[in-house]
Each structure stands twice: as C-alpha cells, then as structure tokens.
Design a protein around this ligand. Structure first.
Ligand SMILES: [Zn+2]
Length: 466
C-alpha cells in the first residue's frame, strides 16, 4: 500500500513578511485516499465513492452525469462523521468510518474537496488493463488475430523517440482468466496509445470491442491533457458516456468496477482541480522507485524507515553538491554552423527579421527545453485546420541568440477514425519548409511518426487543444 501526500505548503520568506500556506489537496491512490480521509478502504462496501453517495448497484444502472447521485458536501459529510462517532453501526450507511486528521487540523482543508482522483491508478493501472484483457480476448475469439500474433507485433513494432522508453511488454498467456493484462501505468499508456498502429490492420472497421478500446484511448488522451477548456471537458463527458454505453451493450455480463464510476466524475473534478495530470501520483511513483530499489539491495530489514531515510538524505546531499544538478532551461547537443544561404528564401527571411545581416546559424542535432527533448524527424503540433491540430515534422533545430527555432516540413493531416490517428501527407518531391517557434506549439510534447502500410501516421498520447 502506498500513500503519498502532496503538501502544497509554501512559505514565502521575505525580509518583512512571512506568508503561510496550507495543504491544497492530497494526491493518493484510492486506498490511501480513503484511509486518510476516513472512508472505507474496502471498495466492496455499498457506498464506495468519496465524491458522491452512489451505491454499487446504482452505479451499474446510472451514470454520474444523470445528476441522480447526491454529491458529498461539507455539511452532509460533517453531519455523517458526527453520527458515525456517536453510533459506529451507521458507518456503512454512509461509507464513512470516521474523521480525517487533515480536515480536523487545518482550517482551509476539507475532506470532500481535498482528495482528487488519480488517473494513474483509476485508468492506466485500473480500467485500461482490465478492458484491454476483455476486448483482446473477444477479438482473439473472433479470430482477428492470435495472442502470438499480437505479441509478435508488440515486440517487433519500431518504437521511436520517447515511445522507446515506455514500450509495452508482450501480454502473458492466461491474461483472459486473470481479467487483466497487468503491466505498469507507463506500459499500459503506451499500449492503449499505439495499439491501433500495432494491430489495427487486423481488425475490421466497426467492431464493437475495438471501438470500446478506441473510446478508452480517447478518454485516456483527454484525462491526461495538460490544458482544458469548457469544450474539452464536455467532450470528455460525452466520451465517458459513449464508452460506458458501448461497454454495457457489447458485454452485458461485465460488471462495471468502482473505477468506472470514478472516471465518470472526471469532468466535474477537472473543473474543481484543473487538469488531472497535475494531481496524479505518477511523479511520486517515480520517487518511490528509489526506495524500492534501496530496500531490495540493502538486505537489511531491522529498521526500514531509518535505512531509507539515511540513504535518501545521502543521495540528495550528493546531488545537491553536484554542479550539474540544476540544469539550464535549454541544452543543445552537437552544435554546428550552417550558412543562411542553404535555407529557402522564406526561412532566410524569418532568420533575418530576428538578426539582420545574418550569414550563418547554429544548428543542434537535438535540444532539451525544460527537460523535453526535440530532435529531427519528430512531429510537433502547430496551429489547426477545421478544428483538428496541424502537424509539422522537425528537420533542423536552429539557435538564434537565445531563441530556439525549428525548421519544419509542412504536412497535411487527415484523421483516421479506425486508428484514432492522423495520416500525414507531405509533397516529398518538393517539401515546403517553415519556421516554428516554441511558443507556437499546441503541445510541448513532441510526437513520433510511424509507417502504417504506405502511409505516415501520428497518434496522440494527450488530447491537444487547438
Ligand atoms: Zn461517485
């Protein structure tokens, strides 16, 4: 069991004042959140939701966006906690075991608005592996492909750039009996993202099990988006609803999990907390990896907390003493110079508008901007066309004074529903180049283009506002 506290406690020290903060919210998985918040940790209990009063049976028949479920409010929750303290037998009626130590201790924190949902455990390590198992089993039974074919395709897929780091693992035999494909959050995110390109050609268009996975991919993209508008939140609401309908009609015997219900709360949670990728536990799981590795290697279980605390302090002391610990915002690799005359007229004009009388520019093989790596052949989303993002392919990275510019190939994009991907078309005999500034990117995360048959396609990991 892991629980992690995100304490947004900020002390701003100035010479004349001391500004105090408080705990804004707790980022935790459901078990840890319920434990700290005073709800039941057992999700088999009838009132299993920390956001509303839905019961397990009502959840199967009714959606959150129907408005049928009474939300937990500060007043009703305080009342319930008092009742439970006086008579513990009513605990199950409310799904509340007792008070929350943070709510009791802090003036501006309350349990009903202090525990946001966690995309990592709800979706990437929850619903995604379960539904992948359900739908892949169905498609194997329809003989679209075998598990061997799928695993071969997963293994031999040519993962590029950032996708290489988190490439999915082959699915273990017996996944169908377990009801989940397992895997960690990163691998499952990569698999649901890239599955259309890995095996989409084997599946007939319109297949229901496939469409469930495609809708789930849409939900993941929207849930992990770093920016939202009213429209994107409404779009997520529609996708969650559509996904639920198709799942229940295609697999009538499938019982929705509590996590399906939590996902139905996401639109209202985004309105309350902002993008859910700002409040997830992914970063803390990364930190936790260090401690798991240390205790495995230490072979010393006499005082685990002390061992871990000492090792962690030593590690931090080592890094803080290293001059390269705080990296500059921009780092360039393998820098060479290129004559300005080697660029087309329109690109030269952009350069000269910034630096008149320019004769050469610095060209980097790759660049890190705030920790995000860009290099040639990556795809970036810039601008929009008919409500969909437009894409460019980076050909060169140029530094002009302190500014990073991408010399990019212009591309036309067509949306491919069955693959939930964009087909990219470029006039290869006469490619037109353009200059893109970092601030023009719709999304700072670059994408990888893949060959799909004779076509070049790109698929999104995150929903892009444009
Ligand atoms: Zn609920």
């Amino acid at each position: 069991m892991i629980w992690l506290l995100w304490s947004n406690m900020v002390y701003m020290w100035r010479s004349w004042e001391n500004v105090k903060g408080t705990v804004l919210y707790v980022a935790a998985d459901n078990l840890a959140a319920h434990s700290l918040a005073g709800f039941f940790e057992n999700f088999m209990v009838d009132r299993f939701c920390r956001f509303c009063m839905a019961t397990r049976s009502e959840m199967q028949a009714t959606e959150v966006n129907s408005g049928a479920f009474e939300p937990r409010t500060i007043d009703t929750h305080n009342q319930q906690v008092q009742e439970v303290k006086q008579d513990p037998t009513v605990a199950k009626r409310y799904g509340v075991k007792g008070g929350c130590v943070l709510t009791d201790s802090l003036e501006h924190f309350h349990v009903v608005r202090g525990y946001p949902p966690d995309i990592l455990h709800d979706l990437l390590e929850g619903i995604v592996p379960v539904e992948l198992s359900l739908c892949i089993s169905d498609m194997i039974s329809k003989k679209y492909f075998s598990i061997e074919t799928l695993n071969h395709a997963i293994k031999t897929f040519e993962y590029a750039f950032h996708d290489k780091t988190d490439q999915p693992q082959p699915i273990a035999h017996g996944f169908s009996t377990k009801g989940t494909i397992g895997g960690n959050g990163h691998e499952n995110w990569a698999l649901i993202t890239l599955l259309p390109l890995i095996i989409g050609h084997k599946v007939p268009e319109g297949d229901n099990a496939w469409n469930i996975l495609l809708l789930l991919k849409d939900i993941v993209e929207l849930a992990v988006a770093t920016k939202h508008t009213e429209e994107s939140v409404h779009f997520l609401d529609c996708k969650v609803s559509e996904h639920r309908d198709l799942l229940q009609t295609t697999f009538p015997d499938f019982r929705l999990r509590p996590k399906h219900h939590y996902i139905e709360h996401y639109p209202e949670m985004i309105k309350a907390f902002g993008p859910l990728s700002d409040v997830w536990t992914m970063r803390f799981e990364g930190k936790h990896k260090f401690f798991k590795r240390v205790i495995r290697n230490a072979h010393n279980f006499k005082n685990v907390a002390l061992t871990l605390a000492v090792k962690h302090q030593k590690m931090m002391a080592y890094y803080l003493d290293t001059s390269s610990f705080f990296k500059p915002s921009i780092e360039m690799d393998k820098v060479t110079t290129a004559s300005i005359t080697s660029y087309p007229e329109n690109v030269q004009q952009v350069f000269c508008q910034r630096v008149p009388q320019l004769t050469s520019v610095l060209v980097a093989s790759s660049v890190y901007v705030d920790g995000i790596r860009y290099c040639a052949d990556m795809i970036v989303a810039v601008g929009s066309c008919a409500g969909l993002p437009s894409f460019r392919q980076i050909k060169q990275i140029v530094a002009l004074n302190t500014e990073i510019l991408f010399v990019c190939k212009e591309m036309t994009a067509w949306y491919h529903e069955h693959l939930r991907s964009f087909e990219l078309i470029c006039d290869s005999s006469n490619p037109s180049l353009c200059v893109v500034q970092l601030k023009e990117l719709n999304d700072v995360f670059p994408l990888s283009a893949y060959r799909y048959g004779d076509n070049l396609v790109v698929t999104l990991r995150r929903y892009i506002l444009c």
